[in-house]
Design a protein. Sequence first.
Length: 195
Amino acid sequence: MECKVELWYGDRLDNENKVWSIITVVALAALLVLLAQEFGGLSNSNNDESNVPSALPSTADSPDPLSMECVDHSGLGRHDHSMLAIYINGNQREIPTNLGINTDVCNQEGGNMHTVHTHDGSGRLHIETGANVDMPLGVFFDIWGVHFNETGIFDYRVSNTHELIMTIDGVANNEFDDYLLVDGQEITIIFQARN
């Protein structure tokens, strides 16, 4: 009888060890993911977000309704411009040519331009609306289909080691995606290592 109790107890210990081993491995994996997010390890180091599957939440997942409006050049209530420059870890990020023109949403059938769009790669944003409305900067990033707010830009996130800075005409501004575009202003967005 002593032998049977010992075998049963030994089998039970083996099963418990297996369960705890699995729990430990899962917990360590989760910890590594959290540490990587905290210290920028999940950000894209080669500056090409298009090839990186993103598990991070994005502001583009729930776009501003203004990003879905389409216009053409007739009957505009607003037509002005702002300049945008983006720097990621010291490298200037190109702003795509014709971004927001002839998309799945806005095409020749009902106005071929989104309310904020580009015509070239200079960073000049064209703000065109049927009515004279305020246009948050975040609308442009929603049209682009990428993340932008105080938590980060593209797949880069603010952490203990990295920061996001935005300036308007050289003056710090913490409105980020809520900043209302104004004609003639220069917007600079910088993601960089903290000093």
